[in-house]
Design a binder for this molecule. Structure first.
Ligand SMILES: [Zn+2]
Length: 407
């Protein structure tokens, strides 16, 4: 028998709760679909009657559907079960300082629509209304989608979970902004808000659930954009800490008297490796000076800088390599602290990964506590995979699959 996530999803038997069996069953359907009730009972080692009870619940909640009857060697033909990924959608929202992006995905996070972009309204109530309208319009355009299960929203900042309040998003200039409630009110849908780095880590851990080595290990996601967001998963679960800020390595200092960071402190990792930091280095100016200045500078983006570096512009290449070195030095702190099985890097800078990887690796090796740690698997996640929107979708999609660890 094929083992599914054996390291994490220990098959539950007598004495384990129905809630755990339910998560195990959902993950089995996801990994092996289409699958019959009889095969589920065999795979889980529990009685058919127990399977029927759980399946009935999941059918009623719309998490799984019954499909075409299959072929059996003899006897009654089984009806196969699937994750309902066709008619039910999740709305994914990525709020960034300049633009906000919206996409509909299926229940497993696969895109159902293209990505719609719009300018980011700094007034959160206005932004909530615009986002809700856009989601409603997308759902209307796709009449094959019968229901939307919720809206996942990622923001470049820290979030208080119970109230879905953005505590601090420096690049947006937001402090203590209630965001979940106005979007829920405007859309009539449940809303989950989370920091981008944390949501991206969740999405990667969730996508790797069928890989036992990853699912049982810890992963780190470093999102490099206007700011720097970091998410950490431990045994496939997000590390949150008491106040949901655990793993904010973006604001761990590389140097106590370094450049001013968006959080107000000096020398944070973010102040060395964010896109704004790289651009500031290129222009030979402090980051604060990169506000609305000369038009040619304001419209010059990190993508332009990467293109120039690739084309042989020495100044652009030097700015980029400095970022690569600081990225590696900060990564050394991350791997020394957490010793993860894999580190994902997201953001525009991944388009230049071939140019920066040797520098990142060298800096990491310089500070890693042991050679094996310096060899930590580092994977760039291309922007074409929309990792932040995948992260937003995972906020809604992943929780039903999250089984508590069965000791
Ligand atoms: Zn900071």
């Amino acid at each position: 028998m094929r083992r599914i996530n054996s390291a994490r999803f220990t098959v539950a038997t007598r004495g384990t709760s129905r809630e755990i069996n339910r998560s195990i069953l959902l993950n089995l359907v996801r990994a092996r679909q289409p699958i019959s009730r009889a095969d589920l009972a065999r795979a889980m080692g529990v009685r058919r009657g127990s399977i029927t009870l759980i399946v009935n619940d999941l059918l009623r909640e719309g998490l799984i559907v019954e499909g075409a009857s299959g072929q059996a060697a003899r006897g009654r033909k089984p009806t196969f079960l699937y994750i309902d990924s066709r008619r039910r959608a999740i709305a994914a929202v990525d709020i960034r300082p300049s633009q906000t992006f919206v996409m509909l995905t299926d229940k497993l996070g696969k895109p159902l629509t293209g990505v719609v972009g719009m300018p980011t309204e700094r007034d959160p109530r206005k932004l909530a209304r615009v986002v809700a309208r856009r989601i409603t319009a997308l759902l209307a355009e796709h009449s094959e989608i019968e229901a939307c299960d919720g809206i996942g929203v990622v923001v470049p900042g820290m979030v208080e979970r119970s109230s879905m309040t953005v505590l601090h998003a420096p690049t947006l200039g937001w402090r203590n902004i209630s965001l979940g409630a106005p979007i829920a009110a405007a859309s009539g849908l449940p809303v989950v808000v989370e920091s981008a780095g944390r949501a991206c880590a969740l999405a990667q851990a969730w996508a790797m659930r069928d890989d036992a080595a990853i699912a049982s290990g810890d992963i780190v996601y470093v999102s490099v954009s206007d700011g720097v967001g970091v998410g950490v998963t431990v045994h496939g679960e997000l590390l949150r800490g008491r106040h949901n800020i655990a793993g904010e390595f973006g604001h761990v200092p590389l140097s106590i008297d370094g450049p001013r960071c968006s959080c107000g402190a000096n020398g944070c990792w973010e102040a060395y490796i964010s896109n704004r930091a790289t651009l500031a280095r290129y222009f030979g100016q402090p980051m604060e000076a990169l506000g609305p200045r000369r038009t040619d500078q304001r419209e010059f983006t990190i993508n332009d800088l990467l293109a120039r570096a690739r084309a042989g512009d020495q100044k652009a290449a030097a700015a980029l390599q400095a970022t690569a070195r600081y990225l590696g030095l900060g990564l050394a702190s991350v791997v020394n602290a957490l010793d993860p099985v894999r580190v994902y890097i997201g953001g525009e800078i991944t388009a230049a990964w071939d140019l920066i990887e040797p520098t990142v690796r060298a800096a990491l090796a310089e500070r890693a506590l042991m050679p094996a740690v310096a060899e930590t698997d580092i994977r760039p996640v291309p922007t074409s995979e929309y990792p932040r929107l995948q992260g937003a979708a995972a906020l809604v999609a992943a929780p039903p699959f999250a089984a508590p660890v069965v000791a």
